[in-house]
Design a protein around this ligand. Structure first.
Ligand SMILES: Nc1ncnc2c1ncn2[C@@H]1O[C@H](COP(=O)(O)OP(=O)(O)O)[C@@H](O)[C@H]1O
Ligand SMILES: [Mg+2]
Length: 226
């Protein structure tokens, strides 16, 4: 998957640094614009195994590009930005810019999230495997803060897993969501938790709590030995 933009507007064979990989896409720095990154959908053989419904969605995405991960995420970001205003999403959900096409396929161009030192921000998932950089308490406080923001603006972002967040802020960690697909696409057959506010709040609270528990399980809670 060593493909990236060779020039603005097309995906060519020159490689940008890999920033991360999720279940569906590999994300590389955009060689034509240091402020951006490119998300490329992985071929079926390289994707992480998922359940039946997600498999069906992936298959539909191959037949109808409009239903693919990149198109879904771009649509999700544009809709939320149109309803709340882009300034409301700044620093919370990474901006999806456009889909670009080239000889090696298509990619979603997004704003790259950087940390206070100007480097690409690391995923929460990576930081949970790197004890010493942030404490469990500090990362859990960042989850609390993000959860409050979702509730305050009634945002149905339901896939709160550690790979979907990067951590900006070197002293005080701040979560930025880099995968907004779940605003529109989920595992449910009938997405009632998107329609009914009480169910949405409950689901977000449950998923945020599960994320905090995972952080504590990975990084532990400091024990005062005295
Ligand atoms: N805008 C971004 N800025 C910095 N890193 C990013 C950005 N988008 C994605 N990443 C990195 O790529 C990884 C996978 O991205 P993601 O969109 O969640 O892929 P998938 O759709 O496969 O789940 C993230 O965990 C993160 O490390
Ligand atoms: Mg993801």
């Amino acid at each position: 998957m060593a493909h990236a933009l060779s020039e603005r507007g097309g995906v060519g064979p020159c490689a940008g640094a890999v920033l991360g990989r999720g279940a569906n896409r590999v994300v590389v720095a955009d060689p034509s614009d240091p402020a951006c990154c490119l998300k490329m959908e992985l071929p079926v053989s390289l994707r992480t195994a998922v359940g039946m419904r997600a498999r069906l969605r992936r298959r539909l995405g191959r037949v109808f590009p409009r239903l693919g991960e990149n198109a879904t995420e771009l649509r999700a970001w544009c809709r939320l930005s149109a309803s709340l205003g882009p300034e409301m999403l700044a620093g919370r959900i990474a901006e999806s810019l456009e889909i670009v096409h080239g000889p090696a396929g298509s990619a979603l161009r997004c704003a790259m999230v950087i940390d206070d030192d100007g480097r690409p921000a690391q995923s929460l998932h990576a930081l949970m495997g790197a004890p010493g950089l942030f404490t469990a308490d500090a990362l859990c406080a960042a989850v609390d803060d993000f959860e409050r923001w979702l509730h305050r603006h009634a945002i149905p972002l339901l896939d709160l897993n550690a790979g979907n967040f990067v951590v900006a802020g070197t002293h005080e960690p701040r979560l930025v969501c880099v995968d907004a697909k779940s605003l529109l696409a989920g595992k449910e057959l009938l997405p009632v938790s998107r329609w009914i506010p009480a169910l949405r709040r409950r689901k977000i609270a449950r998923r945020a709590e599960r994320l905090r528990q995972r952080i504590r399980a990975e990084l532990g809670t400091p024990v005062n030995l005295r």
